[in-house]
Ligand binder design. Structure first.
Ligand code: AMP
Ligand code: GLY
Length: 418
């Protein structure tokens, strides 16, 4: 079958690579728009996802049998509905279900009706209301813009002054536009975070190995939150804790999707805070994580082409995993996350090794020269028999890159090794 990946970042490059390696289930891989870094593995089509007419031409002309939607914006924009209505098989939930990610208020309401553990919260839309509601909680306070904000919509405020500043930015200065017209004021949950991804059709589910992202920009979890600076997987977890996550979070979340009759056939990414009282749901995403996907896909014992084409038809495959560990180190451009430098030179060696390689998240090629073209620029991937080997391989891979502008965290997975 010929498959089409929508998107252009590191997550999509990981999908393209995994589909290219799916020799018995995939004949040709296409990407829309794709990126310069993918051209040896996929045919890229320089088309906007929202230009439905041209998207359909690409699908028709290339006999695409399955479309896999990477990012949240086309899902929130209803691309999967448009394609399904025309009879195209899609990995990615409906626009209705994608509100689990595109609206924090909708998502919280879903969590409450599903009965999953999550922090207490209020919906707020004005500064005074926000400060008055906060008196019900102890600091720090968590304020979350309702809409999609590319990782910039969550404010952790140490005290009332910081909360006032965040609320003024959202409600008075409209710093995030419509996305911040309403917000969720949430109680702070202490603990450590894990990313729990499942494939689901709203009835059955299959879990991916547990992954741990590193959201803060700098070593030792300092600096601002980002889209994610590195991932290790699988994260070892005691069997009884894993069982608790399944029973209290995963099973009721899938049941609620089913009860509401959502068309899903995609990935539910559950962001969990592991608190002293057990798991608490921080957020849902309705897509593969970035950079979780880059670390998780190579662990499958099987072909992603087979798993994803079946998922697009509503079938959840049994997943088996290799006895390997994996690490992904994100190489970001100076200035990320606020204003990453574009056009800075990068020198890299493409490696065909299975054990360590680079994925392109935001690069551009002109002749033989590469340059930065995004915040997160490259992903260095390492695999190994142990987590220590995987992390070492990922850093070896990062070390092969030369650049005037890239930086990366030096402590990805260090906590897990301790
Ligand atoms: P979210 O987009 O909702 O996952 O929030 C982004 C990040 O903010 C999370 O990955 C956490 O690091 C942090 N965060 C969100 N909600 C809370 C909370 N209730 N308590 C503590 N940290 C939180
Ligand atoms: N790595 C977090 C996300 O994909 O949202």
């Amino acid at each position: 079958m010929n498959v089409l990946v929508i998107g252009q970042g590191g997550r999509e490059h990981a999908l393209v690579r995994a589909l290219k390696q799916s020799i018995s289930s995939v004949s040709a891989v296409h990407a829309l728009p794709g990126s310069d870094g993918m051209t040896s593995e996929a045919t890229c089509h320089n088309v906007e996802w929202s230009d439905f007419e041209r998207v359909f031409s690409v699908i028709r002309e290339n006999k695409i049998g399955c479309v896999i939607i990477g990012p949240e914006i086309p899902l929130a924009g209803g691309l999967s509905d448009v394609l399904r209505k025309a009879g195209v098989a899609v990995v990615g939930p409906s626009k209705e279900a994608a509100q689990l990610e595109s609206s924090k208020i909708f998502s919280k309401e879903f969590m409450i009706s599903a009965g999953v553990p999550t922090a207490r919260s209020f919906t707020v839309s004005a500064v005074d209301e926000c400060l008055a509601r906060a008196s019900a909680f102890a600091p720090p306070y968590v304020l979350k813009a309702d809409g999609l904000a590319a990782g910039k919509g969550v404010f952790i405020c140490a005290d009332m002054n910081e909360l006032r500043a965040a609320a003024e930015a959202l409600f008075e200065r409209r710093a995030l536009g419509e996305a911040g017209e309403r917000a969720l004021l949430e109680e702070f949950s202490p603990g450590y975070e894990i990313s729990y991804l499942i494939l689901t059709n709203g009835r059955d589910y299959a879990s991916l190995p547990l992954a741990q992202d590193h959201k803060r920009l700098l070593d030792d979890d300092r600096g601002p939150n980002t889209g994610g600076m590195g991932v290790v997987a699988p994260v070892p977890l005691a069997p009884d804790i894993h069982e608790e996550i399944l029973r209290r979070v995963v099973v009721p979340s899938v049941a609620e999707i089913g009860r509401r009759g959502y068309t899903f056939n995609g990935v539910l990414f559950i962001g969990l805070m592991m608190t002293p009282e057990g798991p608490s749901v921080l957020e849902y995403n309705t897509r593969f994580g970035d950079p979780e996907t880059q670390a998780l896909l190579p662990l499958l014992d099987g072909e992603w082409g087979d798993v994803l084409t079946r998922l697009s038809r509503g079938e959840v495959a049994n997943l088996r995993w290799k006895p390997l560990s994996s690490a992904c180190v994100v190489l970001a451009a100076q200035g990320y996350p606020d204003s990453p430098v574009k056009g800075a030179w990068v020198r890299l060696q493409q490696s065909n090794e299975q054990r360590r390689y680079l994925l392109h998240a935001g690069t551009r090629r002109s002749g033989d020269e590469w340059s930065t073209n995004g915040g997160r620029v490259l992903n260095a991937i390492g695999l190994g028999a142990t987590l220590r080997d995987a992390i070492e391989a990922a850093y070896e891979s990062a070390g092969t890159v030369q650049s005037e502008s890239l930086f990366f965290r030096r402590d990805i997975g260090r906590k897990q090794l301790r």
